[in-house]
Ligand binder design. Structure first.
Ligand SMILES: Nc1ncnc2c1ncn2[C@@H]1O[C@H](COP(=O)(O)OP(=O)(O)OP(=O)(O)O)[C@@H](O)[C@H]1O
Ligand SMILES: [Mg+2]
Ligand SMILES: [Zn+2]
Length: 274
């Protein structure tokens, strides 16, 4: 088979085009090949006599390789997002939790509502504000966090709502041989999502491993919008997750103790007449 050079020489003559290496490309480190010359007179009039010059290195190949890698990454992210969606990041109730359905009974619930709206508004700003809602059962902490996720995804951004004990279980499952994802891939997802809700922080058993796992997640979220909910007080939470985690959680975070009566009681009253 003839090379392009031979073909071109046959058509244009030996000296019409010169090929030389003019150095190495700083980007791809491959030689830059310059082809230059003058189009012969027998070429169409728009080309004949005109100077031709082109430079080529391995950058095109690199760009292609990069594009393929990016598209693979995006696919994987989509897959992981989908997995989070499927594996009850939210229970059925939370899937339907909206801001509009939230009814503040107390002043702190009203505040929590406002803080949640601010969280949504700032989510992709350069300095997002995190939220930590603490308080007892059934007062709407998870409801607000889930509603925030819905609003954020409606606006075309990404959000993950995940219950912390379930998340830890998910991480454990990545150590299995047949696991679809690695620990790193899950961490990467949690790190790159626009908004992350870590629901029910402190509801997990505390071990060195959970401590370390939480640290990796929380540390990777520094400077990114993160919404925490917990039943524990500050003191209890520190005992469970440690100083190092607590320090990071408190950074750029609006912390609010929410008071209110459990809505679950309301439901029970209706159902059983308590
Ligand atoms: N102020 C409220 N307005 C409307 N619905 C509410 C309100 N508070 C709670 N609910 C509803 O009550 C149920 C329990 O609320 P939610 O799960 O948000 O409680 P929580 O504070 O996260 O409690 P826990 O600490 O047990 O997780 C949900 O179905 C939620 O939609
Ligand atoms: Mg909750
Ligand atoms: Zn190059």
């Amino acid at each position: 088979m003839q090379s392009m050079k031979q073909v071109s020489e046959k058509i244009f003559g030996k000296n019409a085009f010169k090929t030389k290496v003019i150095g190495d490309c700083k980007t791809c480190s491959k030689p830059i090949i310059e082809v230059s010359g003058t189009y012969p007179e027998f070429m169409p009039s728009n080309l004949a006599g005109k100077v031709y010059k082109s430079r080529k290195c391995g950058c095109e190949d690199l760009a292609l390789a990069r594009a393929a890698e990016e598209s693979h990454k995006r696919m994987l992210q989509k897959k992981i997002l989908h997995i989070f969606e499927q594996h009850s990041i939210m229970n059925e109730k939370q899937k339907g939790s909206t801001l509009a359905a939230f009814e503040p009974d107390t002043e702190t619930q009203q505040k929590a509502f406002q803080i949640t709206k601010d969280f949504i508004a700032d989510v992709t700003s350069e300095t997002p504000t995190n939220v930590l809602l603490s308080g007892s059962y059934g007062i709407g902490k998870s409801h607000l966090a889930a509603a925030a996720c819905h609003e954020i995804t409606k606006a075309g951004k990404t959000a993950i709502f995940i219950n912390v004990p379930k998340l830890l279980t998910k991480f454990k499952s990545t150590y299995r041989k047949d696991s679809e994802f690695t620990e790193d891939q899950l961490l990467h997802m949690l790190e790159t999502v626009d908004a992350l809700v870590l629901d029910d922080l402190g509801a997990n058993k505390a071990t060195d491993w959970t401590d370390e796992m939480l640290f990796q997640i929380i540390d990777s979220r520094q400077g990114k919008a993160t919404f925490y909910t917990t039943n524990l007080t500050g003191k209890e939470l520190v005992q469970l997750i440690g100083d190092r985690n607590m320090e990071r959680i408190k950074t750029d975070t609006k912390v609010l103790r929410v008071e209110g009566r459990s809505r679950r009681d309301f439901i029970a009253e209706k159902d059983w007449g308590f």
